[in-house]
Design a binder for this molecule. Structure first.
Ligand SMILES: *Cc1c(COP(=O)(O)O)cnc(C)c1O
Length: 387
């Protein structure tokens, strides 16, 4: 079977795939059908936290798989409870709702914020402020939250009650808060799909101040930047803030689908039986994998993330053909003089996988990528960028 042509014939045409069929891998190296190896700096878009076929993660997942693969949320299972406890203890959040993806984690956050505001302030207070250039998912409601029109245009009308303001202009936020009856402000501290753009500390501080003054919830979308990638357990921790709701997915399950919405003190009791749910959410196999991932993201690991990030920035900043480097931790965007697509193709030719974020080259390596592999990959990337 010709995999690529079968895929093209039978899979909906939503992805511009690279001409590469990956059949296996180990850690930060993957290989194609011909055995050609690639150093993977993309990790399935920040999902394979410890790379491919990581042994500890595999052992945790297979041990659970041989016991029980699913029971639904009508019953208790051990990994589900244990992971929730760990997530709450390490963040100070109070309760967890599980789903299967980032978009669903955000849907839950939006429902929680609306229900809280309706009960506390009145049902007119449903507007949620999000930022221009943000990305929150592909469902009709998370598209509405996403502040990039390019994703909206074919799917109107979207869910109402979302207003997008500039991520750099505090006046725009103040105007929106004066004009609309708001429930929450939702931010990514580093806009991933928006081009790997960290928010300014001063802007985030102002968001916190305004939220306090106006009695608004702060929702941090940590789907991409969370779970150690920023060099802290969650990205918001770099900013010293305490959100009311934290959403995460991507790297949480280490390669299996798992979303989590962490509910802080104010909203911890907002849901009651029947108000929200998910059939697969909190699947015991996914939770067992996540438990293994989360328990390894400790201080030593995070120091390693920051060290690798520093190495990458030092190497790339000011290098031939590189205009600028942005990001936080191992979530890095590179503005190149050459077209990003061209750089990505050149890297792939020479055995390195990187992806795009808007017009930038994006790096999302495994948090434990061995330094020798990282050095080799960065040297290939630098050659690909050079004029
Ligand atoms: C990827 C992403 C999402 C959507 O996650 P899915 O699992 O694809 O639904 C939401 N928010 C952010 C910040 C993301 O990077």
């Amino acid at each position: 079977m010709d995999i690529q042509s079968t895929d093209k014939q039978y899979i909906a045409n939503t992805y511009a795939r690279f001409p590469l069929t990956v059949v296996g891998g180990k850690g930060s190296v993957v290989w194609d059908e011909s055995g050609k190896k690639y150093i993977d700096l993309a990790t399935g878009i920040a999902v394979n936290t410890f790379g491919v076929a990581d042994e500890q993660w595999q052992a945790a997942v297979t041990a659970q798989l041989t016991k029980l693969q699913h029971m639904s949320n009508l019953y208790y299972t051990e990994p589900c409870a244990e992971l929730a406890q760990l997530l709450c203890e390490r963040t100070g959040m109070k309760k967890v709702f599980y789903s299967n993806s980032g978009a669903e984690a955000n849907e839950c956050a939006i429902k929680a914020a609306r229900k809280y505001a309706a009960e506390k302030k009145g049902k007119d207070y449903y507007t949620i402020i999000t930022l221009k250039n943000s990305f929150h998912g592909r469902t009709i409601t998370t598209l509405a939250a996403t502040g990039q029109e390019v994703f909206h245009k074919d799917f109107l009308p979207l869910t109402e009650g979302f207003v997008h303001v500039s991520a750099t202009c505090i006046e725009e936020l103040e105007c929106a808060l004066a004009k609309y009856k708001c429930a929450a402000i939702m931010i990514e501290v580093v806009q991933g799909e928006g081009g790997v753009m960290p928010l300014e500390q001063a802007f985030v501080d102002k968001v916190v101040e305004l939220a306090e003054r106006k009695d608004l919830l702060i929702i941090c979308d940590e789907v991409q930047v969370g779970n150690g990638r920023s060099g802290m357990l969650y990205g918001y921790m770099n900013y010293g803030i305490t959100p009311d709701i934290v959403t995460t997915a991507k790297g949480l399950g280490g390669g299996l689908p798992l979303g989590a919405t962490l509910l802080g003190e104010k909203v911890q009791d907002i849901f009651t039986p029947g108000t929200h749910g998910s059939t697969f959410g909190g699947n015991p196999v996914c939770c067992a994998g996540a438990l293994s991932i989360m328990s390894r993201i400790d201080d030593a690991l995070l120091a390693g993330v920051r060290e690798r990030a520093k190495y990458i920035k030092n190497e790339l900043e000011g290098a031939d053909g590189i205009v600028s480097v942005s990001g936080l931790g191992l979530m890095i965007g590179i503005k190149t003089q050459k077209d990003a697509g061209e750089v990505i193709a050149e890297c792939m030719k020479h055995g390195v996988l990187v992806i795009k974020a808007k017009d930038k080259v994006r790096l999302l390596p495994a948090l434990n990528i061995p330094m020798d592999q990282l050095k080799e990959a960065i040297s290939v990337l630098k050659s690909a960028c050079a004029n």
